[in-house]
Design a protein around this ligand. Structure first.
Ligand SMILES: [Zn+2]
Length: 294
């Protein structure tokens, strides 16, 4: 009798873990671009919660108690880093989460900007498609480390998506190459497109710095207007996260045209023009080329 019981215990312990359907792994994305990459790479193996919603502004985001609960339930928390989410450390602490925090910009060489007299890293690294590939690689590796059973699925999804990003990068280079050199100058509300500019050969200026958490001074605005006239900047652009009035005023006073709305700091809702990362890049490039090409 004792032998049979021991045998039963042994047999039970030998049942493969995969016999029970695995529940999706709870993960948190700090904002919509990371959530989109997680959806592509994690598929139905992950349950994604997003902190800053599509259309939201991470620079001035105020986390709620519900956001702390999302962190508390998560196995992994994916953040952009480079101080994009200035509120994340306090949120992690207050949530008491045991989740692993993964910084998806790890390995990216940050662009440095001078902010209020001191050097700061520009957090908007995803606007260069080669950087987005690093985001995806870090997300893949984070998922595999936490859930090795999913290794093949994560690796296959990442491989196919990285190929799509290579094609997207080529598409962006080709589209922007058609813009005459002297017209590759734009103005946006805040300095969010530095990586796009550095990677693809544009000049971007902004009355605000790399964050939206301040108001530009009258001198900042006057300087931009002078610059637009002097450099014959063809177009100024609105942003999905910024009040359009500043850019409209700059356009009216400088004579530059308003070139449309760029998705500077995240995606649109799913039914909008920039519901995925790839659609966002295509939307922004369409707006840029439409306003700058002759
Ligand atoms: Zn920004």
């Amino acid at each position: 009798m004792r032998v049979i019981a021991a045998l039963a215990v042994l047999l039970f312990s030998l049942l493969p873990a995969t016999a029970q359907p695995a529940a999706p792994m709870p993960v948190v994305a700090s904002f919509s671009v990371i959530a989109d990459f997680l959806k592509v790479i994690g598929g139905d193996r992950v349950q994604i919660e997003t902190l800053v919603p599509p259309g939201g502004d991470a620079h001035v985001f105020a986390p709620s108690p519900q956001d702390a609960r999302k962190l508390g339930a998560a196995r992994l928390v994916f953040v952009n880093g480079l101080k994009f989410e200035g509120w994340i450390d306090r949120l992690v602490k207050s949530s008491g989460t045991k989740a692993t925090i993964i910084t998806v910009t790890k390995g990216i060489k940050p662009l440095m900007e001078t902010e209020r007299g001191s050097p700061e890293s520009d957090p908007h690294a995803w606007h260069a498609v080669p950087n987005a590939k690093i985001y995806v690689t870090n997300i893949r590796d984070g998922l595999i480390a936490a859930n090795p059973d999913g290794r093949e699925a994560y690796a296959a999804a990442a491989k196919s998506y990285l190929e799509k990003l290579d094609a997207l990068d080529a598409e962006v280079r080709q589209a922007l190459a058609a813009i005459p050199q002297e017209r590759r100058r734009i103005i946006t509300t805040h300095d969010a497109l530095g990586y796009l500019a550095a990677t693809y050969g544009l000049t971007v200026m902004a009355p605000l710095g790399i964050s939206t958490d301040s108001e530009p001074s009258a001198q900042d605005v006057a300087k931009i207007i002078r610059q637009i006239r002097q450099d014959k900047v063809p177009a100024v652009f609105l942003e999905n996260v910024s009040d359009p009035r500043l850019i409209q005023r700059i356009a009216a006073e400088s004579g530059a045209k308003v070139g449309g709305t760029l998705y500077s700091d995240g995606l649109s809702p799913a039914d909008g023009p920039a519901g995925t990362y790839i659609d966002m890049v295509r939307h922004n490039i369409r707006e840029l080329t439409a306003a700058l090409a002759r």
